[in-house]
Design a protein around this ligand. Sequence first.
Ligand code: DX5
Ligand code: ZN
Length: 218
Amino acid sequence: MSQKIAPSILAADFARLGAEVEAVRAGCDQLHVDVMDGHFVPNLSLGPAVVESLRRVTDLHLDVHLMIDNPAEFITPFANAGADNITVHVELGDPRPMFEEMRRLKVGVGLVLNPETPLDAVIPYLDEIDVLLFMSVNPGFGGQAFIPEVLEKVARARAIVDERGLDLELEIDGGITAENAFIAAQAGADILVAGSAVFRAPDSLAAAHAIRAAAWPT
Ligand code: DX5
Ligand code: ZN
């Protein structure tokens, strides 16, 4: 199992994005980039240009979470902009053509499911993906309360991954704090995404360290 912290830049100050990323660099393993289109979710965020700018200022793994109605049209633009992995929602239908494109473009393949979506929806794809992302809030906004019922799905996925020896990371996204990081890690999450708990803290680096220490005490 890996143990990774992925701050979500959605909660950062976009006018100071480079500095915000630099400040948290030593405490994180990836950056989580939330892309919203105002249709799939009722909010707008950012596009490939921001990923391109981030790519110029950091070597961190860029984990791009597409919350958009037409993700197939944006695999290539985000890959070209410098995404390291792209994650698409299973609720939108057959993701396989997008997986093929991601493989061709040499970006990691991610699949994500909403809190209400049963684990069964992603089971057919487990052999084909690099990361499975569990939403622990309804996507659209940062700063929402963690939905603990999602952990049961994470634990079931963990058991399947371990039993089959799959090379697949489990990631959880939404409402993660130092208070619930431990139960998320215990359920089997490898990657913890945290937006508000990192970038809205007075000291983002200390906040990232605190989440890691709470999740995986040494
Ligand atoms: C929600 C996004 C999350 C969000 C996490 O739609 O996918 O990545 O930014 O933010 P917090 O940690 O504040 O819930
Ligand atoms: Zn996200």
